[in-house]
Ligand binder design. Structure first.
Ligand SMILES: NC(=O)c1ccc[n+]([C@@H]2O[C@H](COP(=O)([O-])OP(=O)(O)OC[C@H]3O[C@@H](n4cnc5c(N)ncnc54)[C@H](OP(=O)(O)O)[C@@H]3O)[C@@H](O)[C@H]2O)c1
Length: 324
């Protein structure tokens, strides 16, 4: 791959998240370019390519057949992720797929097996992992900021009424697995792999549609716990905390952090409250860089697929444990 090469990415579906966050963020990432955008309707694809560049394409299969697409970004509704990932891998494309990648461990295993067989990169789009604030929090904790960590807690909840889609079309409402993904992934970041599910709960479907709320209690191999809550009919909440032997900390807007927000870590220790300003960062831009570097330079793809499998295993276990 020549110096200055860019990964040419095709987008499958004109999703709200692609319009609002992902594609605008790529303007700041020199390693990627939008080479094509596919939609079920050409008009919607054109609306995207007028703003972000690339060729408008009617039909997802048509995009996968193109020679000017090295990789695809899949921001489709979750139930379509695995199907279109398998098709993209079969067409020889690397895949960056929105979270939650799979709705079952078996599906995740099938896609990972194909990616490995074809020597292609498959990565789940957990953008928040690529914000430097979490590495900073982990360093502060490792340096003893709150003593020995005893408990991790995290919440992600959004209101019922989604904003209209690009073009004014009514938006698809997010589902519980889409919001649960953040606290579940964050627990793995702070407590490590091998989490087990001690208990879980999911409120049954209600007046507004599918299950609106859930929670889970996880236990790490070393016995530390994570308490998680998530929902789609909630006042907005997106944060996590750690409770240690000598203090506790809390970070708000931790998962959907805007690029221009200076994150503030709130620390309580010995009766004193302090605030630590963390660096601003562009997590969507960084994620695209990680994806492109791996694909362009043939880095080890294994950590990305192992992360997908570990997350899908945990999701499966939470689903099986959930009381309704
Ligand atoms: N990383 C984040 O911060 C973040 C935030 C929000 C959502 N997400 C994830 O991103 C993914 C997309 O979410 P979104 O809310 O942006 O989706 P969305 O606006 O509902 O868009 C999904 C797109 O999929 C295409 N599509 C194909 N078949 C469809 C069908 N049967 N029903 C609806 N759409 C269909 C449509 O594109 P065409 O009409 O153009 O074909 C549609 O625009 C989800 O996995 C979600 O969890 C991530």
């Amino acid at each position: 791959m020549s110096a200055g090469a860019r990964l040419r990415i095709g987008v499958l579906g004109c999703a709200d998240i692609a319009w609002r966050r992902t594609l605008p963020s790529w303007r700041h990432q020199p390693l990627v370019e939008v080479s094509a955008v596919a939609s079920r309707t050409l008009e919607r694809a054109r609306r995207f390519t007028d703003r972000f560049g690339g060729a408008p394409v009617e039909g997802y299969e048509e995009l996968l057949a193109r020679d000017d697409v090295d990789a695809v970004y899949v921001p489709l509704p979750p139930e379509l992720h695995v199907e279109w990932t398998l098709r993209a891998l079969a067409a020889g494309k690397h895949v960056l797929c929105e979270k939650p990648f799979a709705t079952s461990l078996a599906d995740a295993q099938k896609a990972v097996a194909l990616a490995r067989e074809r020597g292609l990169l498959l990565m789940e789009g957990f953008m928040f992992l690529h914000h430097s604030q979490h590495a900073r929090v982990r360093r502060l904790v490792a340096d003893g900021l709150i003593g020995e960590v005893q408990l991790f807690f995290a919440e992600f909840g959004i209101p019922l009424r989604p904003a209209p889609q690009p073009g004014g079309a009514p938006a698809r409402a997010s589902t519980l697995p889409e919001v649960a993904a953040y606290p579940l992934r964050a627990a793995q970041l702070f407590l490590g792999p091998g989490l087990r599910v001690a208990g879980a709960q999911e409120r049954p479907a209600g007046a507004h549609g599918p299950s609106p709320a859930g929670s889970a209690l996880l236990v790490a191999p070393d016995g530390r716990a994570a308490q998680l809550a998530y929902g789609v009919e909630h006042a907005y909440l997106s944060g996590y905390g750690l409770w240690g032997s000598e203090g506790r900390l809390r970070l708000e807007r931790a998962f959907s952090t805007p690029d221009d927000l200076t994150p503030v870590l709130r620390v309580e220790r010995g009766g004193e409250v302090s605030e630590i300003a963390l660096d601003r960062d562009r997590h969507f831009t960084n994620m695209a860089g990680v994806f492109a570097r791996a694909a362009l330079h043939g880095e080890d793809f294994a950590p990305h697929t192992e992360a997908i499998l570990e997350h899908a295993r945990l999701v499966d276990e939470v689903d099986r444990a959930a009381l309704h």
